[in-house]
Design a protein around this ligand. Structure first.
Ligand code: F6R
Length: 365
Protein backbone atom coordinates (compact mmCIF):
# COMPACT_ATOMS: atom_id res chain seq x y z
CA UNK A 1 0.00 0.00 0.00
CA UNK A 2 1.19 3.48 -0.86
CA UNK A 3 -0.43 5.14 2.16
CA UNK A 4 -0.37 8.90 1.72
CA UNK A 5 2.21 8.79 -1.03
CA UNK A 6 1.59 9.19 -4.73
CA UNK A 7 4.07 6.50 -5.69
CA UNK A 8 5.77 3.53 -4.08
CA UNK A 9 9.07 5.20 -4.84
CA UNK A 10 8.10 8.21 -2.70
CA UNK A 11 6.95 5.96 0.13
CA UNK A 12 10.13 3.91 -0.05
CA UNK A 13 12.39 6.99 -0.07
CA UNK A 14 10.63 8.26 3.04
CA UNK A 15 10.92 4.91 4.79
CA UNK A 16 14.70 5.05 4.60
CA UNK A 17 15.47 6.49 8.05
CA UNK A 18 13.36 3.76 9.60
CA UNK A 19 14.57 0.77 7.57
CA UNK A 20 18.20 1.87 7.79
CA UNK A 21 17.78 2.10 11.58
CA UNK A 22 16.26 -1.37 11.56
CA UNK A 23 19.10 -2.76 9.43
CA UNK A 24 21.73 -1.12 11.63
CA UNK A 25 20.01 -2.50 14.72
CA UNK A 26 20.70 -5.94 13.32
CA UNK A 27 24.45 -5.33 12.94
CA UNK A 28 25.18 -3.03 15.84
CA UNK A 29 25.31 -3.59 19.56
CA UNK A 30 23.87 -0.23 20.57
CA UNK A 31 24.79 -0.55 24.24
CA UNK A 32 28.46 -1.33 23.63
CA UNK A 33 28.76 0.71 20.43
CA UNK A 34 30.31 -2.20 18.54
CA UNK A 35 29.52 -4.04 15.33
CA UNK A 36 27.93 -7.46 15.80
CA UNK A 37 28.23 -10.04 13.00
CA UNK A 38 27.12 -13.69 12.91
CA UNK A 39 29.59 -15.80 14.89
CA UNK A 40 29.89 -18.69 12.45
CA UNK A 41 31.36 -16.82 9.46
CA UNK A 42 33.19 -19.33 7.20
CA UNK A 43 36.12 -16.94 6.76
CA UNK A 44 38.33 -14.76 8.93
CA UNK A 45 38.66 -11.10 7.94
CA UNK A 46 42.11 -11.03 9.57
CA UNK A 47 43.39 -13.68 7.14
CA UNK A 48 41.92 -12.43 3.88
CA UNK A 49 44.23 -11.26 1.09
CA UNK A 50 41.51 -9.65 -0.96
CA UNK A 51 37.83 -9.31 -1.59
CA UNK A 52 36.03 -9.48 -4.90
CA UNK A 53 32.63 -7.85 -5.36
CA UNK A 54 30.10 -8.49 -8.13
CA UNK A 55 26.63 -6.98 -8.50
CA UNK A 56 24.43 -5.16 -11.03
CA UNK A 57 23.03 -1.66 -11.35
CA UNK A 58 22.37 0.15 -8.10
CA UNK A 59 23.67 -2.80 -6.05
CA UNK A 60 26.95 -2.48 -7.98
CA UNK A 61 27.14 1.18 -6.96
CA UNK A 62 26.67 0.15 -3.32
CA UNK A 63 29.66 -2.14 -3.89
CA UNK A 64 31.69 0.73 -5.36
CA UNK A 65 31.08 2.80 -2.21
CA UNK A 66 32.00 -0.20 -0.06
CA UNK A 67 35.33 -0.55 -1.85
CA UNK A 68 36.43 2.83 -0.42
CA UNK A 69 35.39 1.71 3.05
CA UNK A 70 37.06 -1.72 2.97
CA UNK A 71 40.27 -0.35 1.56
CA UNK A 72 40.54 2.65 3.89
CA UNK A 73 39.10 1.22 7.12
CA UNK A 74 40.29 -2.37 6.83
CA UNK A 75 43.24 -2.13 4.42
CA UNK A 76 41.62 -4.97 2.48
CA UNK A 77 42.29 -4.83 -1.28
CA UNK A 78 39.02 -4.89 -3.18
CA UNK A 79 38.30 -5.76 -6.76
CA UNK A 80 34.86 -5.00 -8.11
CA UNK A 81 33.06 -5.58 -11.37
CA UNK A 82 29.55 -5.66 -12.76
CA UNK A 83 28.34 -9.25 -12.50
CA UNK A 84 27.68 -9.56 -16.25
CA UNK A 85 31.41 -9.00 -16.87
CA UNK A 86 32.76 -10.79 -13.83
CA UNK A 87 31.05 -14.08 -14.66
CA UNK A 88 32.74 -14.37 -18.07
CA UNK A 89 36.14 -12.90 -17.28
CA UNK A 90 37.66 -16.15 -16.06
CA UNK A 91 39.12 -14.14 -13.19
CA UNK A 92 41.72 -15.98 -11.15
CA UNK A 93 40.61 -15.83 -7.53
CA UNK A 94 42.93 -15.64 -4.54
CA UNK A 95 42.78 -18.82 -2.39
CA UNK A 96 42.59 -16.50 0.62
CA UNK A 97 39.93 -14.37 -0.99
CA UNK A 98 36.31 -13.61 -0.22
CA UNK A 99 33.58 -13.16 -2.79
CA UNK A 100 30.86 -10.63 -1.98
CA UNK A 101 27.69 -10.38 -4.02
CA UNK A 102 25.05 -7.71 -3.43
CA UNK A 103 21.44 -7.97 -4.58
CA UNK A 104 18.05 -6.63 -3.56
CA UNK A 105 15.99 -9.36 -5.21
CA UNK A 106 18.50 -12.16 -4.75
CA UNK A 107 17.46 -13.46 -8.18
CA UNK A 108 19.55 -11.41 -10.62
CA UNK A 109 20.86 -13.94 -13.16
CA UNK A 110 24.34 -12.46 -13.64
CA UNK A 111 24.90 -11.94 -9.91
CA UNK A 112 23.85 -15.51 -9.21
CA UNK A 113 26.19 -16.78 -11.94
CA UNK A 114 29.06 -14.80 -10.37
CA UNK A 115 28.29 -16.37 -7.00
CA UNK A 116 28.34 -19.85 -8.54
CA UNK A 117 31.57 -19.16 -10.40
CA UNK A 118 33.31 -18.10 -7.17
CA UNK A 119 31.87 -20.98 -5.19
CA UNK A 120 33.04 -23.46 -7.82
CA UNK A 121 36.53 -21.96 -7.48
CA UNK A 122 36.44 -22.71 -3.76
CA UNK A 123 35.85 -19.15 -2.54
CA UNK A 124 33.79 -18.31 0.51
CA UNK A 125 30.78 -16.39 -0.74
CA UNK A 126 29.05 -13.72 1.27
CA UNK A 127 25.80 -12.22 0.00
CA UNK A 128 24.19 -8.96 1.08
CA UNK A 129 20.61 -9.55 0.07
CA UNK A 130 17.16 -8.12 0.74
CA UNK A 131 14.97 -11.13 0.01
CA UNK A 132 15.93 -13.80 2.55
CA UNK A 133 14.21 -16.66 0.69
CA UNK A 134 15.93 -15.84 -2.61
CA UNK A 135 18.23 -18.10 -4.61
CA UNK A 136 21.27 -15.93 -3.88
CA UNK A 137 20.53 -15.97 -0.13
CA UNK A 138 20.25 -19.76 -0.23
CA UNK A 139 23.31 -20.46 -2.36
CA UNK A 140 25.77 -18.13 -0.61
CA UNK A 141 27.77 -19.52 2.32
CA UNK A 142 26.52 -16.62 4.42
CA UNK A 143 23.70 -14.22 3.66
CA UNK A 144 23.67 -10.93 5.50
CA UNK A 145 20.15 -9.53 5.26
CA UNK A 146 19.28 -5.94 4.48
CA UNK A 147 16.07 -5.23 6.33
CA UNK A 148 14.55 -2.79 3.84
CA UNK A 149 11.31 -4.75 3.59
CA UNK A 150 9.65 -5.34 0.21
CA UNK A 151 10.70 -2.81 -2.42
CA UNK A 152 7.95 -2.30 -5.01
CA UNK A 153 9.16 0.71 -7.01
CA UNK A 154 11.34 -0.53 -9.87
CA UNK A 155 13.97 2.13 -9.11
CA UNK A 156 15.88 0.95 -6.07
CA UNK A 157 16.01 3.42 -3.17
CA UNK A 158 15.66 1.98 0.32
CA UNK A 159 17.35 -1.28 -0.68
CA UNK A 160 20.39 0.77 -1.76
CA UNK A 161 20.76 2.65 1.53
CA UNK A 162 20.19 -0.55 3.52
CA UNK A 163 22.92 -2.23 1.45
CA UNK A 164 25.21 0.69 2.30
CA UNK A 165 24.33 0.46 6.00
CA UNK A 166 25.12 -3.26 6.06
CA UNK A 167 28.36 -2.80 4.13
CA UNK A 168 29.48 0.07 6.37
CA UNK A 169 28.99 -2.10 9.46
CA UNK A 170 30.82 -4.95 7.74
CA UNK A 171 33.75 -2.71 6.80
CA UNK A 172 34.07 -1.48 10.39
CA UNK A 173 34.02 -5.09 11.63
CA UNK A 174 36.70 -5.96 9.06
CA UNK A 175 38.81 -2.99 10.14
CA UNK A 176 38.61 -4.12 13.74
CA UNK A 177 39.39 -7.78 12.91
CA UNK A 178 42.39 -6.76 10.81
CA UNK A 179 43.79 -4.57 13.57
CA UNK A 180 43.43 -1.37 11.55
CA UNK A 181 40.79 0.22 13.77
CA UNK A 182 41.16 0.54 17.53
CA UNK A 183 38.24 -0.12 19.86
CA UNK A 184 37.89 3.65 20.28
CA UNK A 185 37.78 4.18 16.51
CA UNK A 186 35.16 1.47 16.16
CA UNK A 187 33.04 3.22 18.81
CA UNK A 188 33.36 6.54 17.03
CA UNK A 189 32.29 5.05 13.69
CA UNK A 190 29.43 3.12 15.26
CA UNK A 191 28.22 6.34 16.87
CA UNK A 192 28.27 7.95 13.43
CA UNK A 193 26.15 5.08 12.11
CA UNK A 194 23.69 5.47 14.97
CA UNK A 195 23.26 9.12 13.96
CA UNK A 196 22.27 8.18 10.42
CA UNK A 197 18.47 7.92 10.66
CA UNK A 198 18.26 11.43 12.11
CA UNK A 199 20.47 12.88 9.35
CA UNK A 200 18.54 11.03 6.66
CA UNK A 201 15.35 12.56 8.04
CA UNK A 202 16.96 15.98 7.80
CA UNK A 203 17.92 15.30 4.18
CA UNK A 204 14.34 14.32 3.32
CA UNK A 205 13.24 17.81 4.34
CA UNK A 206 14.87 19.06 1.14
CA UNK A 207 11.92 17.52 -0.74
CA UNK A 208 10.00 20.74 -1.53
CA UNK A 209 13.17 22.61 -2.56
CA UNK A 210 14.16 19.77 -4.86
CA UNK A 211 10.64 19.50 -6.27
CA UNK A 212 10.92 23.14 -7.30
CA UNK A 213 14.44 22.76 -8.69
CA UNK A 214 13.44 19.67 -10.69
CA UNK A 215 11.12 21.79 -12.84
CA UNK A 216 14.11 23.22 -14.66
CA UNK A 217 15.36 19.69 -15.41
CA UNK A 218 12.34 18.89 -17.54
CA UNK A 219 13.65 21.22 -20.24
CA UNK A 220 17.06 19.58 -20.53
CA UNK A 221 18.30 16.72 -22.66
CA UNK A 222 21.37 15.80 -20.67
CA UNK A 223 22.56 16.03 -17.09
CA UNK A 224 26.07 15.44 -15.79
CA UNK A 225 26.73 14.19 -12.24
CA UNK A 226 30.17 14.60 -10.68
CA UNK A 227 31.70 13.31 -7.47
CA UNK A 228 35.01 12.22 -5.94
CA UNK A 229 35.73 9.43 -3.48
CA UNK A 230 32.54 7.84 -2.20
CA UNK A 231 30.58 10.65 -3.90
CA UNK A 232 31.71 9.25 -7.27
CA UNK A 233 29.52 6.12 -7.07
CA UNK A 234 26.71 8.42 -5.94
CA UNK A 235 27.17 10.43 -9.12
CA UNK A 236 26.77 7.19 -11.05
CA UNK A 237 23.69 6.32 -9.01
CA UNK A 238 22.20 9.79 -9.53
CA UNK A 239 22.61 9.48 -13.29
CA UNK A 240 21.14 5.98 -13.35
CA UNK A 241 18.14 6.99 -11.26
CA UNK A 242 17.44 10.02 -13.44
CA UNK A 243 17.64 8.17 -16.74
CA UNK A 244 15.63 5.16 -15.65
CA UNK A 245 12.59 7.06 -14.39
CA UNK A 246 12.62 10.41 -16.26
CA UNK A 247 14.21 9.15 -19.54
CA UNK A 248 16.52 12.17 -19.52
CA UNK A 249 20.03 11.24 -20.57
CA UNK A 250 22.49 11.49 -17.70
CA UNK A 251 26.10 10.54 -17.06
CA UNK A 252 28.00 10.12 -13.84
CA UNK A 253 31.71 10.88 -13.81
CA UNK A 254 34.56 10.94 -11.35
CA UNK A 255 35.10 14.70 -10.96
CA UNK A 256 38.77 14.33 -11.87
CA UNK A 257 37.83 12.80 -15.22
CA UNK A 258 36.00 15.95 -16.29
CA UNK A 259 38.92 17.42 -18.18
CA UNK A 260 39.59 14.12 -19.96
CA UNK A 261 36.55 14.46 -22.16
CA UNK A 262 33.16 15.33 -20.71
CA UNK A 263 34.09 18.99 -20.21
CA UNK A 264 33.46 19.37 -23.94
CA UNK A 265 29.75 18.93 -23.19
CA UNK A 266 29.48 21.90 -20.84
CA UNK A 267 27.26 24.76 -22.01
CA UNK A 268 24.61 27.05 -20.48
CA UNK A 269 21.94 24.43 -20.99
CA UNK A 270 23.25 21.31 -19.30
CA UNK A 271 22.84 21.02 -15.53
CA UNK A 272 25.91 19.67 -13.72
CA UNK A 273 25.07 18.11 -10.38
CA UNK A 274 28.11 18.20 -8.10
CA UNK A 275 28.01 15.93 -5.06
CA UNK A 276 30.57 17.29 -2.62
CA UNK A 277 30.40 16.91 1.13
CA UNK A 278 33.10 18.95 2.87
CA UNK A 279 35.59 16.07 3.14
CA UNK A 280 39.26 15.40 2.37
CA UNK A 281 38.76 15.67 -1.41
CA UNK A 282 36.41 18.66 -1.31
CA UNK A 283 38.92 21.25 -2.57
CA UNK A 284 39.74 19.06 -5.55
CA UNK A 285 36.08 18.80 -6.48
CA UNK A 286 35.70 22.57 -6.13
CA UNK A 287 38.46 23.13 -8.63
CA UNK A 288 36.59 20.88 -11.08
CA UNK A 289 33.47 22.89 -10.36
CA UNK A 290 35.31 26.10 -11.19
CA UNK A 291 36.16 24.61 -14.57
CA UNK A 292 32.45 24.08 -15.15
CA UNK A 293 31.60 27.62 -13.94
CA UNK A 294 34.25 29.16 -16.21
CA UNK A 295 32.42 27.64 -19.19
CA UNK A 296 29.04 28.97 -18.14
CA UNK A 297 27.81 25.61 -16.86
CA UNK A 298 24.71 25.34 -14.66
CA UNK A 299 25.90 24.05 -11.31
CA UNK A 300 23.67 22.29 -8.79
CA UNK A 301 25.83 21.79 -5.72
CA UNK A 302 25.02 19.24 -3.03
CA UNK A 303 27.12 20.01 0.02
CA UNK A 304 26.99 20.98 3.70
CA UNK A 305 27.31 24.36 5.47
CA UNK A 306 31.09 24.25 5.58
CA UNK A 307 31.27 23.22 1.93
CA UNK A 308 28.93 25.99 0.80
CA UNK A 309 31.00 28.57 2.66
CA UNK A 310 34.28 27.31 1.32
CA UNK A 311 33.18 26.83 -2.28
CA UNK A 312 32.27 30.54 -2.51
CA UNK A 313 31.09 30.11 -6.04
CA UNK A 314 28.08 31.20 -8.03
CA UNK A 315 25.76 28.20 -8.51
CA UNK A 316 22.28 27.80 -9.94
CA UNK A 317 21.29 26.04 -6.72
CA UNK A 318 23.11 24.91 -3.60
CA UNK A 319 21.42 22.26 -1.51
CA UNK A 320 22.65 22.15 2.07
CA UNK A 321 22.81 18.70 3.65
CA UNK A 322 23.43 18.13 7.35
CA UNK A 323 27.04 17.67 8.52
CA UNK A 324 27.87 13.98 8.35
CA UNK A 325 30.88 11.88 9.23
CA UNK A 326 32.57 10.77 5.96
CA UNK A 327 31.56 7.16 6.69
CA UNK A 328 27.86 7.94 6.56
CA UNK A 329 27.83 10.79 4.04
CA UNK A 330 26.99 8.48 1.09
CA UNK A 331 23.74 7.44 2.75
CA UNK A 332 22.79 11.05 3.49
CA UNK A 333 23.62 12.27 -0.04
CA UNK A 334 21.75 9.35 -1.62
CA UNK A 335 18.53 11.06 -0.57
CA UNK A 336 18.72 14.33 -2.55
CA UNK A 337 19.99 12.34 -5.52
CA UNK A 338 16.90 10.11 -5.38
CA UNK A 339 14.55 13.05 -4.77
CA UNK A 340 15.92 14.91 -7.77
CA UNK A 341 15.25 11.97 -10.09
CA UNK A 342 11.84 11.36 -8.55
CA UNK A 343 10.55 14.92 -8.82
CA UNK A 344 11.92 15.33 -12.34
CA UNK A 345 10.09 12.18 -13.39
CA UNK A 346 6.86 13.33 -11.72
CA UNK A 347 7.08 16.68 -13.56
CA UNK A 348 7.71 14.81 -16.81
CA UNK A 349 4.64 12.66 -16.18
CA UNK A 350 6.37 9.31 -16.58
CA UNK A 351 5.31 6.12 -14.84
CA UNK A 352 7.66 6.47 -11.88
CA UNK A 353 7.05 3.07 -10.29
CA UNK A 354 6.98 1.12 -13.55
CA UNK A 355 9.38 2.80 -15.98
CA UNK A 356 9.20 1.55 -19.55
CA UNK A 357 11.34 -1.44 -20.55
CA UNK A 358 12.42 -2.23 -16.99
CA UNK A 359 11.67 -5.14 -14.69
CA UNK A 360 12.09 -5.25 -10.92
CA UNK A 361 14.03 -8.44 -11.04
CA UNK A 362 16.30 -9.37 -13.94
CA UNK A 363 16.31 -13.15 -13.93
CA UNK A 364 17.51 -13.57 -17.49
CA UNK A 365 20.85 -12.33 -18.73
C1 F6R B 1 18.15 0.62 -10.41
C2 F6R B 1 17.82 -0.77 -10.17
C3 F6R B 1 18.64 -1.83 -10.85
C4 F6R B 1 18.97 -2.95 -9.84
C5 F6R B 1 19.71 -4.11 -10.54
C6 F6R B 1 20.14 -5.18 -9.57
O1 F6R B 1 17.29 1.47 -9.73
O2 F6R B 1 16.93 -1.07 -9.43
O3 F6R B 1 19.79 -1.30 -11.40
O4 F6R B 1 19.77 -2.40 -8.82
O5 F6R B 1 18.85 -4.67 -11.51
O6 F6R B 1 19.05 -5.78 -8.95
P1 F6R B 1 19.23 -6.65 -7.66
O7 F6R B 1 19.70 -5.76 -6.58
O8 F6R B 1 17.85 -7.20 -7.39
O9 F6R B 1 20.23 -7.73 -7.95
Amino acid sequence: EKGNFRHFMAKEMHEQPEVVAHTLGHYIDMANETVRLPEDLPFDFAKLNRMCIAACGTAYYAGLVARYWFEALARLPVEIDVASEFRYREAPLDPNGLMLVISQSGETADTLASLRYARDQGQSVLAVVNVPTSTIAREAHVALPTLAGPEIGVASTKAFTCQLATLAALAVAAGRARGVLSAAEEKRLVRALIELPRLMNEALKLGPTIEHLARSFTQTRDVLYLGRGTAYPLALEGALKLKEISYIHAEGYAAGELKHGPIALIDEKMPVVVIAPHDSVFDKTVSNMQEVAARGGRIILLTDEAGARRAALETEATLILPDADPLIAPLVYAIPVQLLAYHTAVHMGTDVDQPRNLAKSVTVE
